[in-house]
Design a protein around this ligand. Structure first.
Ligand SMILES: *Cc1c(COP(=O)(O)O)cnc(C)c1O
Length: 446
């Protein structure tokens, strides 16, 4: 490569960021964020506060009667879309054995794989933004006031009203699934632009829900671009912008309140002597960014958030490290963005998330697809939990932190003994049986 990449020769890039060499050869890396900042030194500069998160949480509460009506599987939780937090001691032993390490502290799995309705982390942001849009339209047209019982949103009158409007989104699969399902329930016309990574069953499931699926033979960034272009043509077509949306971000951030409560219920303390480590699989950045943001607001310097990306799609790492954010893509450096982790197959990161999180995220590590499948099989074998490949990126975190994170632990005076590790399992429960079996068999053959 002799041509210039963003104005510099490759040799110059490598001198500035030696880690790039491994990234370009798609080897695993563990990056500690040099711009990580003490929370109290930056809290005033943040774009959102706890009040914004509360507003989002209250909106979701207003819609709970509607959700409980149209999605009976949420009746138990009274229409609140939330997932279990569970201990995975067997997997903890398994990880320790696999990587020949001692993994101290408590290992928990946040099972967004089993979130109702969409079976992935996208049930947080995606559903939230559609509800917010629906509420705005309904308020604007005098159909409801915010004190009303929102189960009226399930009525024919509302469905007919919303059928004058459309919603458009670009996705590698799961965001389309979440937005498609909720929008169709409300009566919106929905267009989902899918990248080539999107699995066939996700497209079919959407079509069976009456969603217009547009397939593109190119990557995520292009699918988003096409969605954006389509929506621009029609003022009644609302585009959900996975690359820049503060509403998606807030929908994700609400997870922090819920998690805090779950930790309290389990009597798990989080403070200086009991650090909380959270490992979040990262695609364009919205979901892990929003959740990590919410957690930082609530737990400040006692929570340490790490993002996980596939070795072939390390877009957030590249964007944050070079601080070029969305101006750089992994393809610019000859990295192919080809991974079986379809939820993470993103070559260009969100600038909004990159900038918001650039001082809050502790670090980013990458994982080989190979390990995603090995962990997928082990998780099924020892815990009986089936996850989609993307979700396993988070499960690698504790082992990586033990192996590579000593400088971080020392710098912040942390010990592992009283730590809590949360691996964020981002998807899986909607994966059809045969697909899941094929994933499992892949690892059997390794
Ligand atoms: C979308 C997704 C992610 C990552 O979320 P981003 O907002 O794209 O960073 C992680 N895991 C799964 C299963 C996903 O669908």
């Amino acid at each position: 490569m002799n041509q210039l990449i963003h104005g510099k020769r490759l040799t110059e890039w490598l001198r500035m960021y030696p880690l790039l060499e491994k990234m370009i050869s798609t080897e695993e890396v563990f990056w500690l964020n040099p711009n990580y900042t003490k929370f109290t030194n930056m809290v005033e500069k943040l774009p959102f506060d706890e009040g914004d998160m509360l507003e989002a949480e209250q909106r979701l509460k207003r819609f709970a009667p509607f959700i409980a009506t149209v999605f009976p599987e949420t009746k138990n939780l009274k229409g609140i879309i939330e997932s279990p937090l569970i201990g995975i001691e067997n997997m903890q032993e398994e990880l320790a054995a696999m990587f020949k390490q001692s993994i101290q502290g408590k290992l928990l799995l946040k099972c967004d794989s089993h979130l109702p309705i969409a079976g992935s982390i996208k049930a947080r942001g995606g559903i939230y933004e559609v509800l917010k849009h629906a509420e705005e339209l309904a308020l604007e047209h005098g159909l409801v006031s915010i004190e009303d019982d929102y189960s009226v949103f399930a009525s024919d009158k509302f469905r007919t009203f919303f059928s004058q409007y459309s919603i458009t989104v670009g996705s590698t699969g799961n965001l389309g699934l979440s937005i498609g399902i909720i929008s169709a329930k409300l009566g919106f016309r929905v267009n989902v632009h899918m990248s080539a990574d999107a699995r066939q069953w996700k497209k079919e499931l959407l079509r069976s829900n009456g969603v217009n699926v547009i397939e593109h033979n190119s990557d995520y960034s292009y699918a988003v671009e096409m969605g954006r272009k389509e929506a621009e043509k029609d003022p009644n077509n609302y585009f959900i912008d996975d690359e820049n949306s503060p509403h998606l971000f807030m929908g994700y951030a609400v997870a922090a309140f819920r998690l805090k409560k779950q930790l309290e219920e389990k009597k798990i303390v989080v403070d200086k002597d009991h650090p909380l480590f959270v490992y979040l699989p990262c695609g364009v950045g919205g979901a892990p960014g929003g959740i990590a943001f919410g957690l930082k607001l609530l737990f400040q310097d006692d929570v340490h958030c790490f993002f996980a990306e596939p070795t072939h799609s390390p877009c957030m790492l590249l964007g944050m490290m070079t601080r070029l954010h969305d101006r750089v893509s992994v393809q610019d450096f000859g990295i192919d963005n080809k991974t079986e982790a379809d939820g993470l197959a993103v070559g260009r990161p969100s600038k909004f998330v990159g900038k918001t999180m650039e001082k809050l995220v502790s670090g980013i590590y990458t994982i080989n697809d190979h390990y995603l499948f090995i962990l997928l099989k082990r998780m099924k074998d020892v815990e009986g939990i089936s996850l989609e490949p993307s979700a396993l990126a988070g499960v690698y975190g504790p082992a990586q932190l033990v192996a590579e994170g000593k400088p971080y632990m020392e710098r912040h005076g942390l010990t592992m003994k009283n730590a809590t590790h949360i691996c964020w399992a981002t998807g899986g429960s909607l994966v059809p049986k045969e697909e899941m079996e094929a994933y499992y068999q892949k690892a059997v053959n390794f």
